[in-house]
Write a protein that binds this ligand. Sequence first.
Ligand code: GLN
Length: 457
Amino acid sequence: EATRAHLDRIAAVDGDVHAFLHVSDRALDAAAEIDRRRAAREDLGPVAGVPLAIKDVLVTTDMPSTSGSKILEGYMSPFDATVVARSRAAGLVPLGKTNMDEFAMGSSTEHSAYGPTRNPWDLDRIPGGSGGGSAAAVAAFEAPLALGSDTGGSIRQPAHVTGTVGVKPTYGGVSRYGAIALASSLDQVGPVTRTVLDSGLLHDVIAGHDIHDATSIPDAWPSFADAAREGARGDVLKGLKVGVVKELPDSDFQPGVAAAFRDSLAKMEAQGAEIVEISAPHFEYAVAAYYLILPAEASSNLAKFDSVRFGMRLDVPGGTVEDVMSATRDAGFGPEVKRRIILGTYALSAGYYDAYYGSAQKVRTLIQRDFDQAFAQVDVIATPTAPTTAFKLGEKIDDPLSMYLNDLTTIPANLAGVPGISLPVGLAPEDGLPVGIQFLAPAREDARLYRVGAALE
Ligand code: GLN
């Protein structure tokens, strides 16, 4: 019934929202199988039978995986991403694959090769990106749970603009195996849901060591659902030290975003939290460093789309291998992907490597040190999740720099590998659109984010 209800909902609203690139024709069968196992009194765990939307960056054997790109149109993977395999094993029912900016490059889902997703709160506005499809599906009640990926904010910023909860786990906390790589040192897979507890339940399913991912942390994780339940019971805010970054003044944010942030801090203070001003002097260089490191890694990761191994191959009569490769990549990649490949290739080229990539890596270390120093003083850091509420479709599409600057507050966590959560804290009075607050914790302290998030929720 739950699966059917969500498929009906998708049929009713997805023509407008366009959260899905593909809807599974096997969802009802998978759900029926769960019903049979439950009838046979199998112990199925807490999420069995719950429908799940899957960002198209995650490969699946029974549905195409395009990563929002024409170059992978119709691509069928021979294996499931580890997070997908674990979701199936937990009895979650895949509903379909969600729309995204091409290869997860973007903050609005407008860079998808398959047309934009619209924000269910206002169809003229963006649902965030790159995982706008997953967030919009959850916000529009097309799916109760979704998987996303976050390289510079692609789970947290869509959550912020759609009034949903999104978590970027500690780097290495969730397997990247089968997540089509954007920037391997930054990518993490995580949940997008409507409540903190729901994110904890999904995070419990996907977390843990995977021998297929060399950067996967081998240690066991505590239950994030239990952490959320603990937080919801109260008093976890008493004595909690919450850091607020001096270098992110209210003037960096839309008034309603700053106001909702201040209200949340006051609420936490009223429940016994201590608000502490901290300094993170290198955060202001995070966007610049990220937009060198990410294109550098992406240009290398995307070299595998060479017209031979994966996806599209154009016919060039009488052409050489190079002609076929270049015609295919020219037709298969969209403008943002090409922009980043050129930037990344340039940043990595001999003679420029130290000046660009080398400097960016140094900034990355300084940002990690900012976090180390901050977390010596506070338990969590709080920021607004993004500078503005959902902007209008088309507003930033021709201005890559203003699109990049939108990632101001989400990017530092990826550069340092620390976990982050965004949860909704109300609507901005000036436009009536959702606003999120972001909490960041030291690496491996993801459970703290669930406790704090659920306490504030
Ligand atoms: N907006 C960021 C970018 O365009 C986020 C990407 C992501 O997290 N996948 O790179």
